[in-house]
Design a protein. Structure first.
Ligand code: DGJ
Length: 584
């Protein structure tokens, strides 16, 4: 008996030790961060639970020095940021070919751990904003071995060519070393996703003009792509479908035979080449450690032709080519500096692509997080240049984190995160961005239609948009830095209010946002024709549990006429619960 007990204990002990080892060292496939569908939404699962990325992306070179980052961490934590998007530079990771230095990787994982934050690593390998500024010296200085893209006159540019297996394999080798290392050291799963490269594409031209590229462009469209187009013809982008149909829906032929002559065809050719290159890199990395991986785009737009944004990057017009060429990339994301975010995000949030915002303007767009989460089930949101948000140049005093609009938005979303995650993909959430000049917006949600109007108490004016710097027409440059809201339309964006609604019962909503908005309700189902407000309560969520504050049934809701978010003389709280009833 004694003996048996003893053996049993040993066996249990060994099994427990084994389980602990597999958790801390390599992990099981279920506890590695991964994506999972919930209804129509795609969620990021971290530590076995759905996770909302309330992020911020560092300036490009901030992560090249761990000392520089020391005071940044506590400030980001105080801003309620839970995830830092931070670069890993090929030049530091592999300073000599085959010799790896993981000190910046390890340092950031360690610091994220001590601040209880997560990381999204941005792999700055072959390209950063279409150029190859972060490749190691041994790559930069060996043009024969690592060929560059070329201009029309045959001059090389400081951007590696996609048409080179040597470029691709060298990048993939470094990326594999990175992913293997993360797997070995990151038992606590601090690193939750990877962005592969940054804003890839050919800038200033529609395609690479190197000899290898000319030859490939004059050659056949790869069969895999044509098969994809043929088998997805009913769902591909209308422009791609139109071009393919117009050329005779061919199942073989050169790029110009299959898609016609023009800038979009050259862009499609580049998209295929970037997609397959990045797919090779991502797939090799995933074979080591399969974290979710995405790419980001400098978006196309109504007044921007390919080349005015990086041609071949993951923009909606060529998204199908990316999906066909890069199955190892989980989703395509928009860098979101344009004022028309509603349109941009609708173009990226599609049946086969969830929305994630890797870069946006934290000064003028803090309220847009409500729209991204409520209307588009976004996986997360991250303003760019987060380490300088609210930090004036020179010796000026930084804005206290608590006073930043971004912190205020993130504080609310942190409270609501369990409810938002529970409702993603179920058709129970909606959100609006509404400005002082917009007509009221009608949103059917649950049993009611919500009519959302901008309530005319303006926010304090924001700084005028920065003048474009000299050095090229604005459309040819990258979106402007976050600091002063320096892009056309920043003022209109900042002027809008964001509001998010969750239907939590047949006659009940949780509403939040940045205000100032008022919301009137009307029935959306048969029955008594008038919707009345039974009650509006302000409150907070503490560990996911609703804790009511004041009842707002007086001036605060117009004596039962509407729900009012943001401001108002009685300072209605930012999270409110409204209960409705019907009468004749
Ligand atoms: C977009 C790029 O992706 C970032 O790395 C940075 O260059 C910003 N533009 C600057 O506004």
């Amino acid at each position: 008996m004694r003996m048996r007990f003893c053996y049993g204990s040993i066996v249990i002990f060994l099994l427990a030790a084994l389980a602990a080892c597999s958790r801390t060292n390599t992990g099981t496939s279920t506890d590695i961060p991964h994506l999972r569908k919930q209804g129509t939404a795609t969620q990021l699962i971290v530590d076995g639970k759905a996770f909302l990325v309330l992020g911020g992306e560092l300036h490009n070179s901030s992560a090249s020095n761990l000392e520089y980052l020391k005071p940044v961490w506590p400030r980001l934590k105080a801003m309620r940021i839970n995830t830092v998007l931070t670069p890993i530079y090929w030049e530091f990771l592999e300073p000599k070919e085959g010799q790896f230095d993981f000190s910046l990787v390890d340092g950031q994982i360690r610091d994220a751990q001590s601040h209880d934050m997560r990381l999204v690593f941005l792999w700055l390998g072959s390209w950063k904003n279409s150029m190859s500024s972060y490749v190691p010296d041994w790559v930069k200085t060996n043009q024969d071995r690592f060929p560059r893209a070329q201009d029309r006159d045959g001059t090389g540019i400081e951007a590696l060519s996609t048409l080179s297996a040597a470029n691709r394999d060298a990048d993939a080798k470094a990326f594999v070393a990175l992913m293997r290392h993360i797997k070995e050291v990151d038992g606590q799963r601090r690193v939750i996703m990877i962005q592969v490269e940054n804003e890839v594409g050919r800038m200033g031209d529609t395609r690479d003009r190197s000899e290898a590229a000319n030859k490939a462009f004059a050659g056949p469209v790869p069969k895999e792509l044509l098969d994809y187009i043929g088998s997805h013809k009913d769902t591909i982008h209308p422009e791609l479908r139109k071009a393919w149909d117009a050329a005779g829906s061919l199942t073989s032929g050169t790029w110009e035979q299959v898609l016609g002559k023009g800038a979009r065809t050259e862009e499609s050719f580049m998209a295929w080449n970037y997609a397959t290159y990045l797919n090779h890199v991502a797939a090799a990395g995933k074979a080591e450690y399969p974290l979710p991986m995405f790419v980001n785009a400098f978006p196309s737009g109504p007044n921007r032709a390919p080349g005015m944004y990086p041609s071949g990057g993951p923009v909606p017009e060529v998204a199908d080519i990316w999906k066909a060429g890069a199955p190892a990339i989980d989703f395509l994301t928009p860098n979101s500096y344009d004022p028309n975010l509603t349109d941009l995000w609708t173009r990226y949030h599609t049946a086969n692509n969830p929305l994630f915002i890797p870069e946006t303007n934290g000064t003028t767009g803090a309220h847009t997080v409500f729209y991204a989460l409520g209307q588009h089930d976004a996986i997360g949101f991250a303003p760019f240049g987060i380490d300088s948000l609210g930090v004036p140049p020179g010796t000026g005093t930084p804005t206290a984190p608590a006073d930043l609009p971004l912190t205020q938005s993130y504080e609310i979303v942190t409270q609501l995160a369990p409810l938002i995650l529970e409702n993603q993909g179920k058709g129970k959430m909606a959100a609006v961005l509404v400005g002082p000049d917009d007509p009221p917006q009608k949103i059917p949600l649950g049993n009611y239609v919500l009519e959302v109007s901008y309530a005319r108490t303006r926010r304090p004016p924001i700084a005028a948009p920065a003048k474009p710097a000299a050095g090229g027409p604005p459309a040819l440059r990258s979106p402007a830095p976050a600091a002063a809201g320096g892009f056309p339309g920043a003022a209109q964006l900042a002027d809008r209010a964001g509001a998010l609604f969750i239907s939590v019962g047949p006659d009940e909503y949780i509403a939040t946002g940045s205000g100032p908005v008022s919301v009137a309700f009307s029935p959306n189902t048969p029955g008594a024709p008038i919707a009345g407000i039974l009650s509006v309560d302000e409150g907070t969520f503490v560990n996911g549990r609703w804790v009511p504050g004041r009842r707002l049934n007086g001036d605060e809701n117009g004596q039962g006429k509407f729900l009012r978010l943001g401001g108002g003389t009685s300072r209605n709280g930012p999270i409110q619960r409204v209960k409705l009833y019907r009468f004749r």
